[in-house]
Design a protein around this ligand. Structure first.
Ligand code: S3P
Length: 173
């Protein structure tokens, strides 16, 4: 049997990587890997505690190692963490392993989706919208550089998945 390309979801927090990843894995019969969840289970602590106790640079080292490991596998739907683009090697390794898609959303929509949550250390601040704008400002060019983009502002996870399934099937032909 031939190996199936990975699908790698990239994008800022709250752009829908985890929920779209679940839809895609189910629809295509691929295995879902959520990088943050896997890092948490291997480290046996939540991302917020990894940031607090070990620091963000240590988290980035763990994230980089896992990106290399997963890029060597096939048949996966990989939901990355929002900061995966900070190391361009992550994106180029993933691009060699399959279809990389960047999900985008406006700061206001991102706030609606994640504003009530408490587990994201980078958004643990009073002015969440300001923080989202600041981080997006620093990273926007990195997200925009990914060749395949889906604007998720007005779409459900299933509708986003429709677009990605179409791209994936085109690629397989
Ligand atoms: C981060 C995003 C988070 C998580 C960590 C850092 C970021 O993932 O990896 O808190 O730098 O944007 P999600 O995008 O799944 O929230």
């Amino acid at each position: 049997m031939h190996t199936r390309a990975n699908i790698v979801l990239i994008g800022f927090m709250g752009t829908g990587k985890s929920s779209v990843g679940r839809c895609l894995a189910q629809r295509l019969g691929l295995q879902l890997v959520d990088m943050d969840t896997l890092i948490e289970s291997r480290q046996q602590k939540p991302i917020s505690r990894i940031f607090e106790e070990d620091g963000e640079p240590h988290f980035r080292v763990l994230e980089r190692a896992l990106a290399q490991e997963l890029a060597g596998q096939s048949g996966l739907v990989i939901s990355t963490g929002g900061g995966i683009v900070l190391n361009p090697d992550n994106v180029s390794d993933f691009a060699r392993s399959g279809l990389v898609v960047c999900l985008q959303a406006s700061p206001e929509i991102i706030l609606q989706r994640v504003g009530h949550e408490t587990h994201r250390p980078l958004l643990a601040t009073g002015d969440k919208l300001g923080r989202i704008r600041e981080l997006l400002g620093k990273r926007q060019a990195l997200y925009d550089a990914v060749p395949h983009q889906v604007d998720t502002n007005a779409l459900t996870p299933d509708q986003v998945a429709d677009q990605i399934v179409a791209l994936y099937n085109q690629r397989a032909r």
